[in-house]
Design a protein around this ligand. Structure first.
Ligand code: PHE
Length: 358
């Protein structure tokens, strides 16, 4: 805040320093200094300048005006003093002016030493990241990415996959039925059927997609999740191809030191069927929180395509063989990124998702 107007002493007021012009000049300078301290913007500065040096109302200007009527010797003395004072005040006003300009520049963000402002561009969801890695491994081996509908018919989701009417997977407790023939697909396997119907072997596809089950959410289950299916069909495809391919996949995803093991499994649409485990990438198989101390993580279900499935799509099981596999992408993401509750993948908590920004 600047000083109030009208406080500046003037030569003809005579009430200060007994009207002695030299004393008045000194007093003017002192008071100017006090007022200069509190200048905080351009307008206050202009006002200060006008009050002391202004042509019309400047207190120092007035000293010059009155000087002419002084006797010769005193006039020379006062003139010298007044000139010095004017130089001093002018310099001071210029200093304040550049200090204000510097402050203004700072406010305009020109301080290059400040760290930059972070722009949040968003990031890919961990499931998308995991899926991109999975797709990349298989597309490098020549697989094609294929998608299919989430609303399916009973025939594509069950019947054509050799899952008979009385199979427990069809139970109302597992499947979300929409009425009539329609249901929400419980796995990505119906896309095997749709692709084989449209095309002739050989083929190698992977099928990422969302699936639905009547599950109560817990740390390892959500009623909707993402699967990735795989299917290879051609002449002379064997279980060895299945094992070699899936072992390569585990190594590509979790690191080349990863080992795999196949356990007998059961799926109506594959025979024989096998579950594949991989050594836990978090602890290199020593046992940790991620693998619950076992050193192994479940990666996928797999098997040789059942002849009944080939028959359902009109392929001849005598001339073509194939293998298929399916995995929960959420579980892969959980193992890959050390997530211990897959529900967090669907809650969209920005603080959780931000951690996967690359
Ligand atoms: N469809 C199976 C499931 O949802 C996974 C699977 C796919 C198993 C292909 C074998 C072959 O559990």
């Amino acid at each position: 805040m600047g000083a109030t107007e009208g406080e500046v002493p003037s030569v003809d007021q005579g009430q200060t320093a007994d009207g002695d012009p030299l004393a008045i000049i000194q007093q003017l300078q002192q008071q100017f200094e006090v007022e200069a301290e509190s200048i905080s913007d351009e307008a206050e500065l202009a006002e200060l300048r006008a009050r002391y040096l202004g042509r019309k109302r400047g207190a120092l200007t007035a000293v010059f005006d009155r000087m002419r009527s002084l006797p010769g010797e005193l006039r020379a003395q006062v003139g010298k003093q007044a000139n010095q004072a004017r130089q001093l005040l002018t310099r001071r006003l210029d200093e304040i002016s550049s200090a204000l300009a510097e402050g203004r520049d700072k406010r305009c963000d020109l301080d290059v030493s400040l760290p930059g402002r972070t722009v949040h561009l968003g990031s890919l969801h961990p499931i998308t990241l995991a899926l991109q890695e999975i797709e990349s491994v298989f597309t490098r081996m020549g697989y094609e990415v294929v998608e299919g509908p989430e609303v399916e018919t009973d025939w594509y989701n069950f019947e054509a996959l050799n899952i008979p009417k009385e199979h427990p997977a069809r139970d109302i407790q597992d499947t979300l039925y929409l009425g009539g023939e329609w249901l929400l697909r419980t796995h990505t396997s119906p896309v095997q059927i749709r692709t084989m119907q449209r095309r002739q072997p050989p083929l190698a596809i992977i099928v990422p997609g969302r699936v639905y089950r009547r599950d109560t959410p817990d740390a390892t289950h959500t009623p909707s999740f993402v699967q990735c299916e795989g299917l290879v069909v051609g002449p002379d495809i064997t279980m060895t191809d299945l094992k070699g391919t899936l072992d390569h996949f585990a190594k590509a995803l979790f690191g080349h030191e990863t080992r795999t093991r196949f356990r007998p499994g059961y799926f109506p649409f594959t025979e024989p069927s096998a579950e594949m485990d991989a050594t836990c990438p978090a602890c290199a198989g020593n046992g940790c929180r991620v693998c619950k101390g076992s050193g192994w993580v479940e990666m996928l279900g797999s098997g040789m395509v059942h002849p009944a499935v080939f028959e359902a799509v009109g392929y001849d099981p005598q001339t073509v063989q194939g293998f298929a596999f399916g995995m929960g992408v959420d579980r892969i993401a959980a193992v890959r990124y050390g997530i211990d509750d897959i529900r967090t993948l669907y809650e969209n908590d920005i603080r959780f998702l931000k951690q996967f920004a690359t």
